[in-house]
Every structure is written in structure tokens, then in C-alpha cells.
Write a protein that binds this ligand. Structure first.
Ligand code: GUN
Length: 291
């Protein structure tokens, strides 16, 4: 039987824990509430959806947020100007620049402009490098969400073979590093990082104990590509139009995997809510560092 890894339920539990910390360490001490900045550049409809759900999470937990929404034709300089304002603004504890950016904008330049102390996405090389070396830093929210859900469901990853599909800075690269780090509770996995240029990808996926897929291609991972009892973490979210309605689809062909996998994260309700709550957690940590 396949069990669902319920991200919605776990995110609610974590939300309560974070709300308690805010209450005791911030509200009772009459300190300013944690404040997340969000910079959204352009009109990518998936990015707008993601940002709206991050704002909703701020509202749910009762922290402050400021959204800067720049038009589609924004220049790289204008974006860096807005980042500099967030860097300098003492009221903003941490902020993110929603990705992807317009093609003509150099994402590396943008990320390098963010003050690492406010980089609650954990994408700046200072945080990313520290994460790679197992040092304290802001870690990317999706990777944290995956580790947290695996830990909550007591899924042992030490010594297991994990296959990651996709090498983005947002998911694939950080999670491959964190799954293989030296840590008996949530690490010590043997990781194979696969991507667009990997030939015969099912050669690897069929051998995997854990598969983490983040390619954004609906129905990409099918039952035939996995071994019996595999643990499937589906990070892909693609908006699909059926008639007049939109649906969210993961990378996994859920019906063909269901029954063969031992655990799977559903889409929606798996890694999405975990990512959002981990971003809030990072923001609260940034606020506590300020205090
Ligand atoms: N685009 C998709 N996921 C993310 C994320 O976690 N952070 C940012 N900044 N952009 C994203």
C-alpha cells in the first residue's frame, strides 16, 4: 500500500509551533513582528500564484509582508535598486526575489545583490556555500521542507540511494547536497543527481530507494520507472488547463505509481505547503537574529 506524505497537515503543525515562538519571543517582548519582503518581477502566471500563496501564509501566521511588483519590462538595474532598498530597510527582516526572472536579466547578479543576512531563500553563495559545508546558514525552503517531511514520517535516509531529478538552484542542487551530508538523522544518503542530459534516466530511477523529482513536466515519472517500495517526493508543480478550470499537476504519474511506491507526496498538498512554511520559518529566524 502507498502512504501519502501529508504536507498540508504537517505545515499546520509547524505553523502552530512558529506562532508560539512569535508569541513568546516577539509579541510578549513587544518587539516588531517578523517582516518578509517579496520582489516579483514581471507577469509569469505561475510566479504570481506562488507569490500569492506566500503572502497568504504570512497572513495565516500573522507576520508582516511587503510586496514590490515590477512590470514585465523592468531592467536589471531597477531590480537591483529595489533589492538595495530592501537590504537597507531596517523594517524588513528577510526578503526573496521570485524566480524565474525575465530572460534578459542575469539571475546570478540579482542573487549576489541580496544581503546574505536577509537572504531567506538561501540562494546567495554565502548561504549556499555554508549549507554545502554543513554550516549554520539560511537553507533553501523547498529542500528544508523535503527534509522535514521525511523526518516527521520517520523515513530513514541514511545509507539509502536517492535519485534527484533536476539540478536547479531552487531544489535539485540543494537537496542533493543536503541528502548526502554527514548527518545520521537526516543525511548520509548516496545521491545520484540526474538532469536533462542524463541518458536512460530510468536506469537510475529503477535502482532508487528515494526519488526526488523537480523537473516541471507533468506525468514525467511513471510506475514503470520505479522499484517496488520506493519513496517518491514530487516537487513539480505545473498549471494545467482542463476546460475553463486550472489544475496543479506534479511530475509524477500518480495513478501508475500509486500501489507500487511505499510513500508519495501528493500535488497539491505535499511539498508546496512545506516550502511556504519553511520560508516563514527562515523569516522568523531572521527576525530573531535581529532582536
Ligand atoms: N520559484 C520557485 N520556487 C521558488 C522559491 O522557493 N524561491 C524563489 N525566490 N523563487 C522560486
Amino acid at each position: 500500500m502507498t502512504k501519502l506524505l501529508n504536507g498540508n497537515k504537517l505545515a499546520i503543525e509547524i505553523r502552530k509551533e512558529i506562532a508560539k515562538i512569535i508569541d513568546i519571543s516577539i509579541k510578549k517582548k513587544k518587539k516588531p513582528l517578523p517582516h518578509l519582503g517579496i520582489i516579483l518581477s514581471g507577469t509569469n502566471s505561475s510566479s504570481i500564484t506562488y507569490v500569492n500563496s506566500k503572502i497568504q501564509e504570512c497572513k495565516n501566521i500573522g507576520i508582516l509582508y511587503s510586496l514590490i511588483h515590477l512590470p514585465e519590462n523592468t531592467t536589471e538595474n531597477k531590480l537591483i535598486e529595489e533589492i538595495e532598498k530592501m537590504n537597507q530597510n531596517p523594517l524588513i527582516d528577510g526578503f526573496i526575489v521570485q524566480l524565474p526572472l525575465q530572460k534578459y536579466i542575469n539571475t546570478d547578479n540579482i542573487i549576489l545583490s541580496i544581503n546574505p543576512k536577509k537572504d531567506v531563500d538561501g540562494f546567495h553563495p554565502e548561504n549556499f556555500g555554508k549549507m554545502s559545508l554543513n554550516m549554520k546558514a539560511f537553507y533553501p525552503a523547498t529542500a528544508l521542507g523535503i527534509l522535514t517531511i521525511l523526518k516527521k514520517y520517520k523515513i530513514k535516509i541514511s545509507g539509502k540511494h536517492t535519485v534527484v531529478i533536476g539540478r536547479s538552484r531552487i531544489v535539485g542542487r540543494p537537496i542533493s547536497i543536503l541528502m548526502s551530508r554527514k548527518n545520521t538523522i537526516i543525511g548520509n544518503s548516496t545521491v545520484t543527481l540526474t538532469h536533462k542530459n542524463t541518458k536512460n534516466i530510468d536506469f537510475y530511477t529503477k535502482k532508487a530507494d528515494i526519488i526526488i523529482t523537480a523537473v516541471g513536466i507533468p506525468y514525467f515519472l511513471t510506475g514503470k520507472m520505479i522499484k517496488k517500495g520506493a519513496i517518491i517526493i514530487d516537487v513539480g508543480i505545473t498549471k494545467i488547463k482542463k476546460g475553463k478550470k486550472f489544475f496543479l499537476k506534479g511530475d509524477v504519474d500518480f495513478n501508475s505509481v500509486y500501489g507500487k511506491a511505499s510513500y508519495i507526496t501528493p500535488v497539491p498538498g505535499g511539498i508546496g505547503p512545506m516550502t511556504r512554511i519553511m520560508l516563514i520559518k527562515n523569516t522568523v529566524i531572521a527576525a530573531l537574529n535581529r532582536i
